[in-house]
Design a protein around this ligand. Sequence first.
Ligand SMILES: O=C(O)c1ccc[n+]([C@@H]2O[C@H](COP(=O)([O-])O)[C@@H](O)[C@H]2O)c1
Ligand SMILES: Cc1cc2nc[nH]c2cc1C
Length: 352
Amino acid sequence: MIMKNFEIKAPDNSIKEDIIKKIDNLNKPKGSLGRLESLAVQICLIQQTLSPKLTGQCHILFGSDHGVERENVSVSPRDVTWQQMINFTRGGGGVNMFCRQHGFRLYLVDTGVDHDLTEYKEIINRKIANGTANFRYEDAMTEEQFEQAINIGCEMVDKCVADNGCNIICLGEMGIANTSPSSVWMSLFGNIELEECVGAGAGLDSPGIRHKYEVLADAVRNFRNRHGNTPDPTTIIRCFGGFEMVSTIGAMLRAAERHIIIMVDGFIMTACALAASMLYPEVKNYMIFGHKGDETGHRKMLELLGAKPLLSLGLRLGEGTGALCAFPIIDSSVRMINEMNNFDNANITKYF
Ligand SMILES: O=C(O)c1ccc[n+]([C@@H]2O[C@H](COP(=O)([O-])O)[C@@H](O)[C@H]2O)c1
Ligand SMILES: Cc1cc2nc[nH]c2cc1C
């Protein structure tokens, strides 16, 4: 076993009836706030209260490079990873704008960017290596690197709590070529034809997608030759994942262990959610899926997880932006259960 154990249990359901009673007694026709109501139930269960709160919201963005980028599987060169990380330090990325809009504290973490970013004090330096190995031909990372990446995710969640009293965490990524490992995870974990899992990523055309598919199919064949046909989930995660993705899994597991709400973004973060749920199925109880994006396979992967994303805006940027966009909906569901009058104090005839 190369990973520590996490204590992740499903939230205690014994207060569920009282939560539903409270929501049904709010001054509205029963069920008329639809998805906000089921969201409120989930949040109340996570926090084990009928009066939930959102405190110290944080966004952690992990950045890393990928060896498989050398196979021309992305329309963008790997340099865009470090260039974007620097852009984020200047507040100019999509993620910065949404964090400002919704009051999220942003933590930028270099887990494996192929560039020296140490002069940027806004970037937390946890570089494991200058990118992963090329998973077409070899394991993306060693067991030690895998463990390191998981631990960085845990450390960052603990830091968010210690610094901000955070009880809701959003996760994002920056990593050119990271739709490739995401597609492989989806295919192997979901037992879905690889072809259905491979898409344009940051903007490949049809021949580019075909080439990406062929590279990934070859990578899976070579992986099976090295590790056999029934690898355990940890081996699948380690042999294809990026450092930013494995740190995200660590963060998800640690957040669930600490009963923190996890906001899940697009294709890559959903692949991490899927991988985390292969290790600890109960982690899903703590996840709110922000949106259904435009990357091929995202809808199907959400279905596989039984997830009901809040938004569908055709996004495919990553960075955590789609999850951040959904924050006002999460906020509304919490306000609903705390701030609306009920039939006992609103002077409205109770008709049910
Ligand atoms: O989150 C998504 O749904 C998403 C879909 C497509 C691309 N991305 C972003 O684009 C990069 C990965 O795309 P690619 O083509 O380089 O694999 C990476 O930095 C992601 O943040 C993100
Ligand atoms: C410009 C650019 C910005 C991104 N942000 C996340 N992934 C990205 C990929 C590209 C190419």
